[in-house]
Design a protein. Structure first.
Lengths: 161, 180
């Protein structure tokens, strides 16, 4: 994986919605367990803009939801994201954005985010270098999870590839 | 009537705790021993994925080899096959953080007999079309100079990707036909 991706930083706090407040992109929410309920709730409320794809899943610096190869991740995206499928079917020319709401997927050298960038140079990949957290509280009535914000654990940041 | 103040205090306490801001849990909050028990007892794929990710960023222990073999042999979980290969590498390179190094070079430190076992599992994964096994075996062949075999596997992966695209597009066409 020869090329080293260039990193840049964005704000740690992330808005729950895009400026138009309309879900035009794709959200892949792979959180299925109660243990990470707040993270799943965040995914449900997210509204990526056109040309944007988000993956919400458990992650490590080398994998997303246990997938350690770009091939597996791309296969999943091709199945579940019309934006990604359209980009691949169009000869990988469209400039789209892939945002990984998955812990540490942008951390270290040769992270899984940087590997995706190498395989898909037309895709801007954004991933956290540390843990991705969601702050929340449980509603008194019914116990629903109310998400109040999302942030990357200090001293991490969002990293753009 | 004398209980009303007590009831009010209880309600206020409940409201305070229920509305208290919390932060979502991370891999740091996990207990790998609990995950291992779940995997051994139920073959939980979710727990296996979490454990493998936990080891990506933490120090691996030797249990992961047995657990990966169990996940494939008992619970028939194909994605465990590449993890068996990684776990063998770690077993003989315990001081190198998982993935922080050239896998193929580190694999050379694994005794011959166990190399054969690890490669056998990768081959099973290749037969099943597992991308991680194809990639690992291709990289292994490249590291020992068997370039043709490595290319053969990369071609297999490309074919699998194309077949997958075709399947997805065929399914979408069928759905559109039904809608018409």
């Amino acid at each position: 994986m020869g090329r080293e991706a260039h990193a840049s930083e964005e704000s740690k706090e992330v808005s729950t919605s895009n400026p138009n407040d309309v879900k035009a992109g794709d959200v892949l929410n792979l959180h299925t367990d109660d243990y990470f309920g707040a993270l799943s709730e965040w995914a449900k409320q997210s509204k990526p803009g056109a040309g944007e794809v988000e993956i919400h899943a458990h992650g490590s610096s080398r994998s997303i939801n246990g997938m350690r190869t770009v091939g597996e991740i791309s296969k999943l995206l091709y199945d579940k994201s019309p934006t990604w499928k359209s980009m691949v079917d169009g000869g990988m020319k469209a400039n789209i954005k892939l945002k990984l709401f998955s812990c540490t997927t942008g951390g270290g050298n040769n992270s899984i985010a940087s590997q995706i960038k190498v395989a898909f140079p037309n895709v801007t990949v954004v991933a956290p270098t540390a843990y991705w957290n969601v702050s929340y509280y449980n509603s008194f009535f019914g116990g629903n999870v109310i998400v109040t914000g999302g942030f990357v654990s200090s001293p991490g940041n969002w990293r753009k590839f | 009537m004398k209980y009303i103040p007590i009831i009010i205090v209880i309600i206020v306490i409940l409201l305070f705790f229920s509305c208290k801001n919390k932060v979502s849990k991370t891999l740091d909050d996990m207990n790998p021993e609990v995950l291992k028990k779940e995997i051994i007892n139920t073959g939980s794929i979710a727990s296996f994925k979490l454990l493998s990710m936990y080891y990506d960023d933490k120090k691996m222990d030797e249990d992961f080899l047995d657990i990966s073999i169990l996940m494939y042999e008992k619970y028939n979980y194909t994605n465990a096959l590449s993890n068996i290969y990684y776990a063998y590498i770690y077993k003989y390179n315990p001081n190198i953080p998982f993935y922080n190094g050239d896998k193929e070079q580190l694999f050379k430190n694994v005794p011959k007999k166990e190399q054969e076992i690890a490669l056998k599992y990768l081959e099973i994964g290749v037969e099943k079309g597992d991308y991680a096994c194809i990639e690992s075996l291709s990289d292994y062949y490249l590291s020992i100079g068997k370039i043709d075999k490595s290319k053969e596997l990369l071609k297999l992966q490309e074919d699998l990707v194309e077949n997958h695209k075709k399947k997805v597009n065929d399914s979408l066409s069928k759905i559109q036909d039904i809608k018409k």
